[in-house]
Design a protein around this ligand. Structure first.
Ligand SMILES: [Fe+2]
Length: 129
């Protein structure tokens, strides 16, 4: 499992979705061996959008001052992900494509959670106090 406790934000709804995201990425790594990589990429792409939308709703309802900036990060990730997905669809499961997807998808997400989602979690817990 790629998820670990250091990624916990303390907001249960967000943490559950993050765990599911990493489960899907685990599937993606396995799917590479089973030739279901394309299918799993499709699912992951949809789940990412759903997750970001849910997070952004929380930003809006809690009047998070950095909501726009945070949404820009999400949008950039969706663009990056779709670019890699298209490249994969066109060129197939080359080692380069798989490595690029694994590295970018996992690396970006971890950095994003550790910095930006945790920043929101701090704001969120203080705004409720
Ligand atoms: Fe986020």
């Amino acid at each position: 499992m790629l998820w670990d406790k250091s990624l916990e934000t303390g907001i249960a709804a967000i943490d559950e979705q993050h765990k599911e995201l990493f489960r899907q990425i685990d599937n993606l790594l396995d799917a590479g061996r089973e030739n279901r990589f394309g299918e799993t990429l499709d699912f992951l792409g949809k789940y990412i959008v759903k997750h970001f939308t849910d997070e952004q709703k929380m930003h809006t309802t809690s009047k998070y001052p950095r909501a726009t900036e945070h949404k820009n990060y999400h949008d950039a990730y969706v663009t990056l992900f779709n670019g890699l997905k298209n490249k994969y669809t066109k060129e197939g499961p080359t080692l380069t494509n798989k490595m690029a997807i694994n590295k970018s998808v996992v690396g970006w997400l971890k950095d994003h959670i550790l910095v930006h989602d945790k920043e929101f979690a701090t704001y969120y817990s203080q705004s409720k106090a």
